[in-house]
Ligand binder design. Structure first.
Ligand code: UDX
Ligand code: UDX
Length: 434
């Protein structure tokens, strides 16, 4: 099938590349000239395991192309995926100006061939309705089209795998013709993976995405609450949460306590879901608590550091990990940034390292030094702080680290080390809930 992807960011690029891999003819559109230049050379503008290889393969086969010509792509395609960003406004509402802009551009390019317009970006319930109204308002031709919702559930760092081996495919569609088109798009993936397909109403699909992300964030905040209880009571959060997660009704994924969740999705989607609750006059205290505990997780971590090191002014502190999670170069809403900003205010001298996110970090976090490997970060440091659980950090030679440090103190914000082993090496060690 001929498909168009509008917005070639984390979601659009992964979706477009994977749909080409499934055999479709895909045109990816973006209005950022710098990004397009890279994409046309089959270079991925983001670090995402396995993505660039698939881009190269599908570009060479002619199934994947990149362009800024939205009108041509709309005219040529049967199904058009809207994948532009939906950032939060100051009041928490999702800012849908890019979605509206793209809907208008689609409307002006649409011809009399039947089109399916797909909301792939995470949007509040009833957005598809607005997209439909917008297209009707700005259409030149007598448009024949349907708007469907097809949320993605990919995680950064495992985006390709999540797309090609999905837990489920959700298609929100209120019309039979559009349903047949969407099933045809996904048929190769369904045949290959036997992934369950949920055909639901458009509004249900929109709510499934916000519901899933809010539930996952709730699980993480719950784990952080248990971790705090363990710290105060003298129990071990990992033992407690592992045993809780063995109950198959609960499951052990997304129960890792830490310094809080970040990224471009959870904080934004929770804020947007809260606005939906407000609009529908529904109490949001459960979601308020999830946000509050998340903020506390970062604050408590910083307090722990301040309490142990006492005066931070002039102290050399090493930071390992800047991305909001491992296997990505993305630093959007990374808890590491919040930790660094607070320690900077206390006057600490900070040196930081991340395997992939340093270029992005340098644009946002100034007034600190960066270095090229963890051992250089440890040199003369009075404390080492783990903010992201990269595998590279789990394999560090701690004996060497201890020799390099000025005073051997580790604040492990992601519980990557075994406290017993680290303490046996004479480190002073602080984990989360341990
Ligand atoms: C986006 C949404 O923000 C998010 O809600 C959803 O869950 C997934 O899609 P992401 O892919 O991470 O997230 O966004 P981003 O990496 O910012 O990519 C958006 C792309 O759209 C950018 O490359 C941008 O240049 C492009 N864009 C934006 C357009 O081509 N046209 C526009 O009008 C606006
Ligand atoms: C999330 C959803 O998982 C995905 O389905 C959706 O499509 C987009 O939003 P993403 O933000 O890429 O994906 O990463 P995710 O793995 O969910 O991690 C989000 C944050 O939660 C990270 O900061 C991570 O460190 C944190 N986290 C995750 C925890 O603190 N504990 C956990 O147990 C899991």
């Amino acid at each position: 099938m001929k498909l168009a992807i509008i917005g070639t960011g984390y979601v659009g690029l992964t979706t477009g590349t994977c749909l080409a891999e499934l055999g479709h003819q895909v045109t990816c559109i973006d209005n950022d000239p710098e990004k397009l230049e890279k994409l046309k050379k089959s270079e991925s503008p983001i670090f995402e395991p396995g993505l660039e290889e698939l881009m190269v393969k599908n570009t060479q086969s002619g199934r994947l192309t990149f362009s800024d010509q939205i009108a041509t792509a709309v005219k040529d395609s049967e199904v058009i995926f809207i994948c532009v960003n939906t950032p939060p406004k100051n009041d928490g509402h999702a800012d849908l100006k890019y979605v509206e802009q793209v809907a208008r551009e689609i409307a002006q390019a649409i011809n009399s061939d039947y089109k399916v317009i797909v909301d792939k970006s995470t949007v509040p319930v009833k957005t598809a309705e607005k997209v439909r109204e917008t297209i009707l308002r700005y259409s030149v031709d007598e448009a024949k089209f349907d708007v469907v919702s097809n949320p993605e559930f990919l995680r950064e760092g495992s985006a390709v795998k999540d797309t090609l081996e999905p837990d489920r495919i959700v298609i929100g569609v209120d019309d039979d013709k559009a349903k047949k088109k969407m099933l045809a798009v996904y048929q190769p993936l369904i045949d290959k993976t036997q992934a369950p397909v949920k055909i639901v109403s458009v509004k249900s699909a929109e709510l499934i995405k916000h519901g899933a992300n809010t539930f996952l964030a709730t699980k993480i905040s719950f784990a952080n609450l248990i971790a705090k209880t363990c710290e105060e009571a003298g129990a071990d959060a990992l033992e407690v949460l592992e045993a809780i997660g063995l109950d198959t009704r609960i499951g052990n994924q997304f129960l890792n306590p830490g310094i809080g969740f970040g990224g471009s999705c959870f904080p934004k989607d929770i804020a947007a879901y809260k606005k939906t609750l407000e609009v529908l006059d529904i109490d949001s205290s459960l979601v308020d608590a999830v946000e509050k505990i998340n903020q506390q997780a970062t604050d408590d971590f910083v307090h722990k550091i301040e309490k142990e090191l006492w005066v931070l002014d002039g102290k050399q502190i090493g930071i390992l990990g800047l991305s909001f999670k491992p296997n990505t170069d993305d630093i959007r809403n990374s808890p590491a940034i919040k930790v660094i900003e607070k320690l900077k205010k206390d006057g600490a001298k900070i040196r930081a390292y991340d395997p992939e996110a340093m270029e992005n970090a340098k644009k946002v976090i100034t007034g600190i030094e960066y270095d090229t490997d963890p051992y250089k970060i440890a040199k003369k440091a009075e404390a080492l702080i783990i903010c992201t659980e990269w595998d590279e950090f789990k394999k560090l030679d701690l004996t060497k680290i201890k020799e390099l440090m000025s005073t051997p103190v580790i604040f492990d914000g992601r519980n990557i080390f075994d406290p017993k082993k680290v303490k046996a090496l004479d480190f002073k060690y602080f984990g989360i809930g341990r």
